[in-house]
Design a protein around this ligand. Sequence first.
Ligand SMILES: [Zn+2]
Length: 371
Amino acid sequence: MICPGFIDIHNHLPQHAFAGIGEKELLPWLKKYVFPREKMFKNKEVAKESAKRFFEDLIENGTTTTLTYTTIHPSATDIAFECANKSKIRAILGKVMMDQNSPSFLTEKTQESLRSLLELIDKWHGFDGRLFYALTPRFAITCSMELMKEIGEIARLKDVYVQTHLSENQEEIKFIRALFPKCKNYTDVYNQAGLLGPKTIMTHAIHLNDEEIRLLKTSKTKIAHCPTSNRFLTSGIMSFRKYNKKGLEMGLGTDVAGGYSLSMFNEMKEAIESSKCLYYFSEGKSGSPMTPSEAFYLATLGGAKALSMEHEIGSLEKGKKADFLIIDPQKIDPMKSHSIYTKPEQILSKLIYRGDRTCIKHVYSGGKKVK
Ligand SMILES: [Zn+2]
C-alpha cells in the first residue's frame, strides 16, 4: 500500500525524552517535567543528541512534515534545524519565546528574545524549500503583550509562521483572564497582539466560545487538534464536529510530550475515539463522531492545508512533492489474501486502527528514501 507521508502539525522536540510521563493537569506538569528538561538544552550536546533521535523517531512513524517547538535557546534551535536538514524531511521549527511567568532559567529579556530569532529566520526560513521558521510564543501566560505585538510585526514583515497554544486547560484560562483583563477572551489576547492569520497555527483550542470561533474563522487561523494530549493531561475534548461545521481548518498534532507518542496512527485513532466519547456524553448533541476518512484527511491533506502547503504535499497527485510511505498490508491484515473486506473505507479503517510504525516499510521525502 502507498499512502501520503503524515503531517504532524504540533509537537515539542525537547519533550520527546519524557513522552509517556503525565501529570493530572497542564500547569503542574509544565513545572515538574517541561521546564527542567528544556533548561538542559543550553548544553549543545544534549540539544544535538535529542534532535537527532527526535527526527529519527518521526521518520520511523512515517511523518514527513512536522511543525515543532524547540526551546528558548537559539543554539539548540540552530542545531535542531541542522538535524532536520540532515533528516531530509520537511520541518517548520521555532525557538520558544517567554518573557514572564516562567522560571528564571527560562525567562528572556523581551528585546533579547526578539534579536536572537532574526538571525535564525534569515538562516533557515525557506532553506532548500523544505525548512521554515515559526515564531513561537509558548502561550500568552508566559509572554507579555509587548512581546506578542512585536512577534506579530515580525510575522508580517518576514512572512513566517506563528505557532502557539490556545485554550487548553481551565486553570490556564483563569490565569489568562487575570493577566489580560482588557481582552474579551483568550483568543482576543492573540487577536489584540496581531497574531491571528492564515499562517498561524493555534494548538488545542478546546474551550472556545462562539465569538472565539468567529475570530479564528474570519482571520483564517488554523487549529492543531491534539486529541491524545487533550486526554493525557485531562484538558478536555475538542468539539471537532462543531468546528468542522463552522468551517475551521484543522490538522492533527501529536503534541509530544503532552501526547505520549509521535505516531500519527495513534493520533488518528484517538481523534476518532475521543469524538465518540463526546458524542456519547453529550447524548448526540455534539454531532456525529469523526469518521476514519476524516481522521486520515486531518493527518495528511488537512495538515498540509493548515500549513498552506496543500499544493505541494498531503496527497498523491501529479506535480506534488513525492512524500509517501510504503506500507506492508500483511502487517495490518494477516488474513489479507483471503479478505472479503476490500472496500476502500474498510481498508482505510483497518489501516488506521491496526497501523503502527512496524507496518511502515519505507518512507520517502521529496522522492528520496529516508527509511
Ligand atoms: Zn504543545
